[in-house]
Design a protein around this ligand. Structure first.
Ligand code: F6R
Length: 242
């Protein structure tokens, strides 16, 4: 595991974008695993800028997102498909048919989850997975619980996550209670993982991810087992590591 501490969010976004760009330039048919949320927004805007400057080509890129809220249509501005269209897909030359997000409107999450994992395998597996992290250590929407879950699956969101994500909604009651998320199998199968986190609210989760015991109560702790993990954090998120 490599831990890189940078000064602030701008540096974090730049470093993450540079690493993604490096991987894309080395392999044009790359399969990217993508995250949503506040943390990667800066990284996406730098990647868009690199594309506009002719430094990046997304025409052969495939992408698989980590998660989405169950029951939100694509055109709902809180759906993660909407987020990805807004921040990346509509601004670069990625082919719409090469972008995958777990199906939010599925009536059978178990079946759809297995199909999603199968699609990842058929694409050759994820070359580079981008992860954010929840204040409770969730990655994707793998919430703390009694066991790690392998396949893409349905999850009941924790109170903490609902509260944290209510900042994007008008009122807390509007936050969906369930999501569909990639499980640990597809995440850990990624050949390379970059986890990014900034701000003091993430310091505890980052400490437990790096130094804590591996436990499903802190889902991100399982990343300690990954062979090619880079964690990029700002000074605030690194506070507890000193
Ligand atoms: C989103 C995702 C989540 C977020 C996490 C942090 O696709 O997988 O695990 O990365 O909730 O969200 P932000 O970046 O908004 O703090």
């Amino acid at each position: 595991m490599k831990v890189i501490v940078v000064k602030n969010y701008e540096e974090l976004s730049q470093m993450a974008a540079d690493l993604v760009a490096q991987e894309m330039q080395a392999k044009d048919e790359i399969v990217l695993g993508l995250a949503t949320g506040s943390t990667p927004e800066g990284m996406y805007s730098i990647l868009v800028k690199m594309y506009q400057e002719g430094k990046l080509d997304f025409s052969k890129v495939k992408s698989f997102n980590l998660d989405d809220y169950l029951g939100l249509e694509e055109d709902n501005d809180q759906s993660y498909r909407y987020f990805m269209n807004k921040h990346l897909f509509s601004k670069v030359n990625i082919k719409r048919e090469n972008t995958f997000v777990p199906p939010a409107m599925t009536k059978d999450p178990e079946k759809s989850g297995l199909e999603y994992d199968q699609k990842i395998l058929e694409a050759g597996g994820i070359d580079l997975q981008i992860l954010g992290i929840g204040i409770n250590g969730h990655i994707g929407f793998n919430e703390p619980g009694p066991a790690f879950v392998g396949p893409t699956h349905k999850i009941d969101l924790s109170e903490e996550t609902i509260k944290a994500n209510s900042r994007f909604f008008e009122k807390i009651e509007d936050v969906p209670k369930q999501a569909i998320t990639m499980g640990m199998k597809s995440i850990l199968n990624a050949r390379k993982i970059i986890l990014i986190a900034n701000g003091q609210s993430k310091a505890d989760a980052i400490y437990k991810t790096i130094k804590g015991p591996i436990s499903p109560e802190v889902p991100s702790s399982i990343l300690q087992l990954h062979q090619n993990l880079t964690i990029i954090i700002d000074e605030e998120a690194a506070k507890k590591l000193e």
